[in-house]
Design a protein around this ligand. Structure first.
Ligand SMILES: Nc1ncnc2c1ncn2[C@@H]1O[C@H](COP(=O)(O)OP(=O)(O)O)[C@@H](O)[C@H]1O
Length: 224
Protein backbone atom coordinates (compact mmCIF):
# COMPACT_ATOMS: atom_id res chain seq x y z
CA UNK A 1 0.00 0.00 0.00
CA UNK A 2 1.45 3.33 -0.95
CA UNK A 3 0.92 5.84 1.82
CA UNK A 4 2.03 8.83 -0.20
CA UNK A 5 -0.78 8.24 -2.70
CA UNK A 6 -3.76 10.61 -2.63
CA UNK A 7 -6.18 7.77 -3.51
CA UNK A 8 -8.91 7.14 -0.92
CA UNK A 9 -7.81 4.77 1.81
CA UNK A 10 -10.03 1.69 1.79
CA UNK A 11 -8.84 -0.53 4.66
CA UNK A 12 -11.64 -1.99 6.76
CA UNK A 13 -11.66 -1.96 10.53
CA UNK A 14 -11.17 -5.72 10.50
CA UNK A 15 -7.99 -5.19 8.50
CA UNK A 16 -6.83 -2.70 11.08
CA UNK A 17 -7.55 -4.72 14.19
CA UNK A 18 -6.70 -8.26 13.11
CA UNK A 19 -3.39 -9.61 11.80
CA UNK A 20 -3.18 -10.18 8.05
CA UNK A 21 -2.54 -13.88 8.78
CA UNK A 22 -6.11 -14.21 10.11
CA UNK A 23 -7.66 -12.07 7.41
CA UNK A 24 -7.60 -13.59 3.97
CA UNK A 25 -9.15 -10.49 2.39
CA UNK A 26 -6.44 -8.18 3.64
CA UNK A 27 -3.12 -9.01 1.93
CA UNK A 28 -2.56 -5.26 1.69
CA UNK A 29 -1.95 -4.98 5.40
CA UNK A 30 1.37 -6.81 5.36
CA UNK A 31 3.58 -3.79 4.51
CA UNK A 32 2.25 -1.99 7.57
CA UNK A 33 3.71 -4.56 9.95
CA UNK A 34 6.87 -4.06 11.95
CA UNK A 35 9.99 -4.11 9.80
CA UNK A 36 7.99 -4.16 6.57
CA UNK A 37 7.59 -0.44 6.20
CA UNK A 38 9.08 0.92 2.97
CA UNK A 39 10.29 3.98 4.91
CA UNK A 40 12.41 1.70 7.11
CA UNK A 41 10.44 2.60 10.21
CA UNK A 42 7.33 1.50 12.00
CA UNK A 43 3.88 3.03 11.50
CA UNK A 44 3.20 6.58 12.63
CA UNK A 45 -0.54 6.91 13.01
CA UNK A 46 -2.89 9.40 14.63
CA UNK A 47 -6.20 8.34 16.18
CA UNK A 48 -9.11 10.76 16.29
CA UNK A 49 -12.41 10.01 17.98
CA UNK A 50 -14.80 11.74 20.31
CA UNK A 51 -15.10 10.83 24.00
CA UNK A 52 -16.86 7.49 24.44
CA UNK A 53 -16.25 6.16 20.93
CA UNK A 54 -14.03 3.32 22.18
CA UNK A 55 -10.76 4.74 20.89
CA UNK A 56 -8.72 3.31 23.77
CA UNK A 57 -9.92 -0.21 23.03
CA UNK A 58 -9.09 -0.01 19.32
CA UNK A 59 -5.72 1.55 20.04
CA UNK A 60 -4.76 -1.11 22.60
CA UNK A 61 -5.56 -3.88 20.10
CA UNK A 62 -3.43 -2.22 17.46
CA UNK A 63 -0.48 -1.64 19.78
CA UNK A 64 -0.07 -5.38 20.33
CA UNK A 65 -0.39 -6.01 16.61
CA UNK A 66 1.96 -3.32 15.41
CA UNK A 67 4.48 -3.19 18.25
CA UNK A 68 4.42 0.60 18.58
CA UNK A 69 3.97 2.72 21.71
CA UNK A 70 0.78 4.59 22.48
CA UNK A 71 1.60 8.27 22.92
CA UNK A 72 -1.30 10.16 24.47
CA UNK A 73 -0.78 13.87 25.04
CA UNK A 74 -3.21 13.73 27.99
CA UNK A 75 -0.81 11.23 29.63
CA UNK A 76 2.18 13.49 28.89
CA UNK A 77 0.36 16.33 30.65
CA UNK A 78 -0.58 14.11 33.61
CA UNK A 79 3.06 12.90 33.92
CA UNK A 80 4.23 16.50 33.92
CA UNK A 81 1.66 17.39 36.58
CA UNK A 82 2.72 14.43 38.73
CA UNK A 83 6.40 15.40 38.43
CA UNK A 84 5.71 18.71 40.26
CA UNK A 85 8.20 20.31 37.89
CA UNK A 86 8.29 24.03 37.06
CA UNK A 87 5.44 23.69 34.55
CA UNK A 88 3.08 21.75 36.76
CA UNK A 89 1.42 24.65 38.60
CA UNK A 90 0.64 26.51 35.38
CA UNK A 91 -0.57 23.30 33.72
CA UNK A 92 -2.85 22.31 36.58
CA UNK A 93 -4.64 25.68 36.35
CA UNK A 94 -5.25 25.19 32.62
CA UNK A 95 -6.29 21.55 32.82
CA UNK A 96 -8.57 22.10 35.81
CA UNK A 97 -10.42 24.78 33.88
CA UNK A 98 -10.89 22.32 31.02
CA UNK A 99 -8.87 24.50 28.65
CA UNK A 100 -6.33 23.42 26.05
CA UNK A 101 -2.67 23.64 26.96
CA UNK A 102 -0.77 26.16 24.75
CA UNK A 103 0.61 24.67 21.52
CA UNK A 104 4.22 25.47 22.48
CA UNK A 105 3.92 23.52 25.74
CA UNK A 106 2.23 20.48 24.28
CA UNK A 107 4.62 20.39 21.31
CA UNK A 108 7.59 20.68 23.63
CA UNK A 109 6.33 17.73 25.73
CA UNK A 110 5.57 15.69 22.61
CA UNK A 111 8.96 16.43 20.99
CA UNK A 112 10.73 15.34 24.19
CA UNK A 113 8.68 12.12 24.27
CA UNK A 114 9.48 11.37 20.60
CA UNK A 115 13.14 12.12 21.16
CA UNK A 116 13.30 9.86 24.23
CA UNK A 117 11.54 7.13 22.23
CA UNK A 118 14.03 7.55 19.37
CA UNK A 119 16.92 7.02 21.80
CA UNK A 120 15.26 3.79 22.96
CA UNK A 121 14.95 2.65 19.34
CA UNK A 122 11.26 3.42 18.81
CA UNK A 123 10.52 4.25 15.18
CA UNK A 124 6.74 4.43 15.22
CA UNK A 125 3.77 5.31 17.39
CA UNK A 126 0.05 5.68 17.68
CA UNK A 127 -0.66 9.24 18.67
CA UNK A 128 -3.79 10.03 20.65
CA UNK A 129 -5.06 13.43 21.81
CA UNK A 130 -2.94 15.26 19.25
CA UNK A 131 -3.38 17.21 17.03
CA UNK A 132 -6.39 19.11 18.34
CA UNK A 133 -5.92 22.13 16.12
CA UNK A 134 -4.80 22.75 12.54
CA UNK A 135 -1.78 24.61 13.88
CA UNK A 136 -0.78 21.52 15.85
CA UNK A 137 -1.36 19.37 12.74
CA UNK A 138 0.88 21.67 10.68
CA UNK A 139 3.62 21.53 13.28
CA UNK A 140 3.34 17.75 13.47
CA UNK A 141 3.72 17.51 9.67
CA UNK A 142 6.93 19.50 10.10
CA UNK A 143 8.24 17.04 12.70
CA UNK A 144 7.34 13.79 10.95
CA UNK A 145 5.39 12.36 8.02
CA UNK A 146 2.24 10.87 9.57
CA UNK A 147 1.14 7.83 7.55
CA UNK A 148 -2.49 7.57 8.49
CA UNK A 149 -5.12 9.36 10.55
CA UNK A 150 -7.86 7.03 11.76
CA UNK A 151 -11.11 8.80 12.59
CA UNK A 152 -13.52 6.65 14.59
CA UNK A 153 -17.15 7.76 14.39
CA UNK A 154 -20.26 6.50 16.09
CA UNK A 155 -23.86 7.65 15.50
CA UNK A 156 -24.80 10.31 18.04
CA UNK A 157 -27.65 8.27 19.58
CA UNK A 158 -25.33 5.27 20.12
CA UNK A 159 -22.63 7.55 21.50
CA UNK A 160 -25.04 9.24 23.88
CA UNK A 161 -26.35 5.90 25.11
CA UNK A 162 -22.78 4.75 25.71
CA UNK A 163 -21.69 7.91 27.51
CA UNK A 164 -24.77 7.79 29.71
CA UNK A 165 -24.13 4.15 30.60
CA UNK A 166 -27.21 2.82 28.82
CA UNK A 167 -27.33 -0.63 27.30
CA UNK A 168 -30.06 -2.62 25.59
CA UNK A 169 -30.91 -6.01 27.13
CA UNK A 170 -30.22 -8.70 24.50
CA UNK A 171 -33.07 -10.83 25.87
CA UNK A 172 -35.98 -8.43 26.41
CA UNK A 173 -34.78 -5.49 24.27
CA UNK A 174 -35.40 -2.95 27.04
CA UNK A 175 -32.95 -0.23 28.07
CA UNK A 176 -31.00 -0.57 31.31
CA UNK A 177 -28.12 1.30 32.94
CA UNK A 178 -24.80 -0.45 33.57
CA UNK A 179 -23.69 2.16 36.08
CA UNK A 180 -25.06 4.99 38.11
CA UNK A 181 -23.64 7.73 35.90
CA UNK A 182 -24.70 11.11 37.18
CA UNK A 183 -24.29 13.07 33.99
CA UNK A 184 -26.93 14.90 32.04
CA UNK A 185 -27.66 14.32 28.38
CA UNK A 186 -27.28 18.04 27.62
CA UNK A 187 -23.78 18.00 29.12
CA UNK A 188 -22.71 15.05 26.95
CA UNK A 189 -24.30 16.65 23.87
CA UNK A 190 -22.46 19.90 24.51
CA UNK A 191 -19.18 18.06 24.95
CA UNK A 192 -19.74 16.27 21.63
CA UNK A 193 -20.68 19.52 19.91
CA UNK A 194 -17.45 21.19 21.07
CA UNK A 195 -15.42 18.14 20.07
CA UNK A 196 -16.94 18.10 16.57
CA UNK A 197 -16.47 21.84 16.13
CA UNK A 198 -12.81 21.65 17.16
CA UNK A 199 -11.82 18.57 15.20
CA UNK A 200 -13.62 19.28 11.89
CA UNK A 201 -10.78 21.51 10.59
CA UNK A 202 -8.22 18.87 11.65
CA UNK A 203 -10.18 16.21 9.76
CA UNK A 204 -10.27 18.48 6.71
CA UNK A 205 -6.51 19.06 7.00
CA UNK A 206 -5.79 15.34 6.78
CA UNK A 207 -8.56 14.61 4.25
CA UNK A 208 -6.98 17.13 1.87
CA UNK A 209 -3.69 15.24 2.21
CA UNK A 210 -5.29 11.83 1.53
CA UNK A 211 -4.39 10.61 5.01
CA UNK A 212 -7.80 10.42 6.65
CA UNK A 213 -9.33 6.98 7.14
CA UNK A 214 -12.89 7.24 8.46
CA UNK A 215 -14.83 4.50 10.21
CA UNK A 216 -18.54 4.77 10.86
CA UNK A 217 -18.83 2.26 13.65
CA UNK A 218 -22.12 0.34 13.72
CA UNK A 219 -22.06 0.19 17.55
CA UNK A 220 -19.57 0.11 20.39
CA UNK A 221 -16.59 -2.23 20.57
CA UNK A 222 -16.49 -4.95 23.23
CA UNK A 223 -13.89 -4.12 25.83
CA UNK A 224 -12.79 -7.71 26.46
N1 LIG B 1 -3.31 18.31 21.81
C1 LIG B 1 -3.56 19.01 22.94
N2 LIG B 1 -3.55 20.36 22.91
C2 LIG B 1 -3.78 21.09 24.02
N3 LIG B 1 -4.06 20.55 25.21
C3 LIG B 1 -4.10 19.20 25.32
C4 LIG B 1 -3.84 18.36 24.18
N4 LIG B 1 -3.93 17.07 24.58
C5 LIG B 1 -4.23 17.10 25.89
N5 LIG B 1 -4.34 18.38 26.34
C6 LIG B 1 -4.66 18.83 27.72
O1 LIG B 1 -4.63 17.69 28.59
C7 LIG B 1 -5.91 17.47 29.17
C8 LIG B 1 -6.17 15.99 29.28
O2 LIG B 1 -6.15 15.43 27.99
P1 LIG B 1 -6.91 14.09 27.62
O3 LIG B 1 -6.53 13.00 28.57
O4 LIG B 1 -6.68 13.83 26.17
O5 LIG B 1 -8.42 14.52 27.82
P2 LIG B 1 -9.53 13.92 28.79
O6 LIG B 1 -8.94 14.03 30.16
O7 LIG B 1 -10.69 14.84 28.53
O8 LIG B 1 -9.74 12.52 28.31
C9 LIG B 1 -6.89 18.21 28.26
O9 LIG B 1 -8.04 18.62 28.95
C10 LIG B 1 -6.07 19.41 27.81
O10 LIG B 1 -6.04 20.42 28.81
Amino acid sequence: MSRSSKAPITLTLRELTYPASTNKEAPDLQPLHRGGDPKGRNVQWVFLGCPGVGKGTYVSRLLALLGVPHIATGDLIRDELASSGPLSFQLSEIVNQGKLVPDETIIDLLSKRLEAGGIKGETGFILDGFPWTVRQAEILEGITDIDLVVNLKLREDALLAKCLGRRICSECGKNYNIACIDIKEVVVKERLRIYNEMTKPVEEFYRARGKLLEFDLPGGIRES
